[in-house]
Design a protein around this ligand. Structure first.
Ligand SMILES: Nc1nc2c(ncn2[C@@H]2O[C@H](COP(=O)(O)OP(=O)(O)OP(=O)(O)O)[C@@H](O)[C@H]2O)c(=O)[nH]1
Ligand SMILES: [Mg+2]
Length: 373
């Protein structure tokens, strides 16, 4: 029987150190399973070895597990909700019964009531034509809401079931599985693409078999257009930061050196808006005539990400410029980076960013406590 790595699901082998799934022969002898060299290095030393798996390989793997699962647990990262969508995920959600898991709620600035998050998610999903069986609001980091997931599965499948966990890379699928199993079995890491193949485990004291799957890679995430180090700066590990601006026409705001936001509104009442992103992304406001000098001289130092190492590659990407008219209660989302939330509108902005980056207008996730008139 082919043995699989406990941590990432890859088939184990002892022939070639430089290939996937290597484990020394003596480690495999007489054992049902083991941990591959890559997972060992990742867990113990934080060394990440990227694997050459195509998006198509991942898709096939996920589709295979979806066929055998009774229900699907689709995991979304609340901080990058739009970046947690992918066409493959939407297709599976339209076909199968699902429980939606909203993870990383510990990162929401100022906290937010679970029912408020659930209502917002429900509306956003309905816009995509998805009606799940239920929604669970959780934080795998601090175990909030984990028991609720088991209760919900038992409610819909009282005689047990095979349940597949699915989502884009880095949303916390394996972290949730470890919490459900009550042990650190699956390899987790801050790098995207940790889980390589499906793994199956039974949740203790239950008839639930839970399948971990590799993360799908969606299009349009800014975090995927920079180097590995900058990726880690953009994907937050602590509560995200918020900065509020009250500015009028021709002010430029730089979100890191990644997105240029030019305010076009020219009102007596200046628009007020907040920008939300990871604490490691800098915010700068400046004037049109100074912006080029600022970017050329200070990207990688005062303005990050991108860093010194990947800035040339990032600025060589084809760029686009788009204009958006926003009102109070609306947010302009940059997939895989953060969002702008309007507190006093109207706000007209011109944004410049890579062509491959996707931008979405949505109903505010963080509503102004009271809209400012
Ligand atoms: N703040 C916070 N971080 C979390 C939470 N859950 C997971 N993480 C972090 O998110 C990163 C990714 O977690 P994984 O569990 O490896 O994510 P995954 O979805 O299995 O990723 P792939 O296997 O690459 O698809 C790790 O750095 C985790 O520590 C959470 O609830 N809150
Ligand atoms: Mg994983």
């Amino acid at each position: 029987m082919i043995k699989k790595c406990n941590g990432c699901g890859i088939e184990l082998q002892s022939e070639d150190k430089n290939k996937h799934g290597y484990v020394p022969k003596e480690m495999l002898k007489g054992k049902k399973s083991a941990t591959c060299q890559r997972c060992f290095k990742l867990t113990n030393y934080g060394d990440f070895i990227p694997m050459e798996m195509t998006a198509e390989d991942y898709r096939k793997e996920v589709q295979r597990s979806a066929n055998s699962a009774k229900i699907v647990l689709a995991v979304f990262d609340i901080i990058d909700f739009e970046g947690s969508f992918d066409d493959e995920i939407l297709d599976i959600l339209k076909e199968k019964d699902s429980i939606i898991i909203i993870n990383k709620v510990d990162l929401i600035p100022g906290g937010k009531h679970a029912s408020e998050v659930a209502n917002w998610v429900k509306e956003r999903l309905a816009e995509e034509g998805i009606v799940p069986l239920d929604i669970a609001i959780v934080s795998a980091k601090n175990t909030y809401g984990i028991n609720g997931i088991i209760r919900k599965i038992n409610h819909f499948c009282p005689h047990g079931a095979k349940v597949m966990v699915m989502g884009t890379t880095n949303v916390g699928k394996s972290s949730i599985i470890n919490r459900l199993l009550g042990e650190k079995k699956a390899t987790i890491s801050k790098y995207p693409g940790t889980t390589l193949k499906s793994t199956k485990n039974v949740i203790p004291n239950s008839n639930i078999t839970i399948i971990d799957t590799p993360g799908l890679i969606p299009t349009g995430r800014i975090s995927d257009l920079v180097c590995e180090k900058c990726h880690l700066d953009i994907v937050p590990s602590k509560e995200i930061s918020r900065k509020t601006f009250k500015v009028n026409a021709d002010k430029i705001i730089l979100i890191g050196g990644l997105v240029k936001v030019k305010v076009l509104t020219d009102n007596e009442m200046k628009p007020i808006f907040s920008i939300f992103a990871s604490k490691n992304v800098t915010f700068h406001d400046t004037k049109e005539d100074r912006v080029e000098k600022l970017i050329t001289e200070h990207t990688g130092t005062l303005i990050t990400p991108p860093c010194e190492k990947c800035k040339d590659e990032f600025y060589a990407l084809p760029a686009k410029t788009e204009v958006y008219d926003l009102n109070v209660g609306e947010e302009l989302v940059f997939k895989g980076l953060g969002w702008i939330s309007v507190k006093r509108g109207p706000l007209k902005v011109e944004i410049t960013l890579p062509e491959a980056a996707e931008v979405i207008v949505r109903d505010a996730f963080i509503q102004p406590k009271r809209p400012i008139k």
